[in-house]
Design a protein around this ligand. Structure first.
Ligand SMILES: [Zn+2]
Ligand SMILES: [Zn+2]
Length: 204
């Protein structure tokens, strides 16, 4: 990276950290930010997390996760942050903001809306986001119409098949926009001969 670009990135990250700290403070959260850590460092009840969250007794975690959506929505999010009202109550866990641990999962929602889950050769983007998941309500079944986690929880975790749920890959849902910070936009294209699930599912 060019020194100039690097210093711009550092400045941007500092701004994001500041905004994150402000939003989380407004939401009544007093947890440290882990802006320099990857998602893999935040396994539940890791020693680091336990130490950091103190009063929340190891239940609070922050994570780096992916959000895939259309370019139009991306622009809105980059400008205004997430907006729960842009989501729909018909969604799997109701009207919330959805995040994936796997970028391959977020990928299914990236690109033009009419090509969701389908092969798409256009350039598309995902957002790498810093989210506060806190205490997670772990859901085995879809709960359409949901507008927030059950009392005492901060977020919803959709469980995978091996965990007794119905999803192939973990997803997290937040219902408070202040707990999700878009940090970086990653743009990419599926290669012509890509053999990923999305490209193989529908080769039209
Ligand atoms: Zn549930
Ligand atoms: Zn592909």
């Amino acid at each position: 990276m060019e020194p100039k670009a690097a210093s711009a990135a550092v400045k941007r990250l500092a701004e994001i950290r500041e905004r994150t700290a402000r939003w989380w403070h407004e939401a009544g959260l007093e947890v440290p930010l882990f802006g320099h850590r990857g998602a893999g460092d935040f396994h539940e009840n890791s020693e680091e997390t336990m130490k950091a969250v103190g009063k929340r007794q190891g239940s609070a975690i922050t994570m780096w996760v992916w959000h895939g959506t259309s370019d139009d929505s991306l622009k809105e999010i980059e400008g205004e942050g997430f907006d729960v009202s842009m989501s729909h109550e018909r969604n799997f866990f109701g009207q919330g903001i959805y995040f994936a641990v796997n970028s391959s999962k977020a990928d299914l929602y990236a690109g033009p809306e009419e090509r969701r889950h389908r092969k798409c050769s256009a350039r598309m983007s995902q957002l790498l986001c810093l989210v506060f998941l806190g205490q997670r309500e772990k859901c085995e079944e879809p709960e359409k119409g949901k507008s927030g986690p059950e009392e005492g929880n901060d977020s919803v975790e959709g469980l995978t098949l091996v965990e007794g749920g119905v999803l192939d890959h973990t997803e997290f849902v937040l219902y408070d926009r202040r707990l999700a910070i878009p940090v970086l936009r990653v743009s990419y294209k599926h290669a012509d001969r890509c053999v990923c699930a999305r490209c193989s599912f529908d080769s039209k």
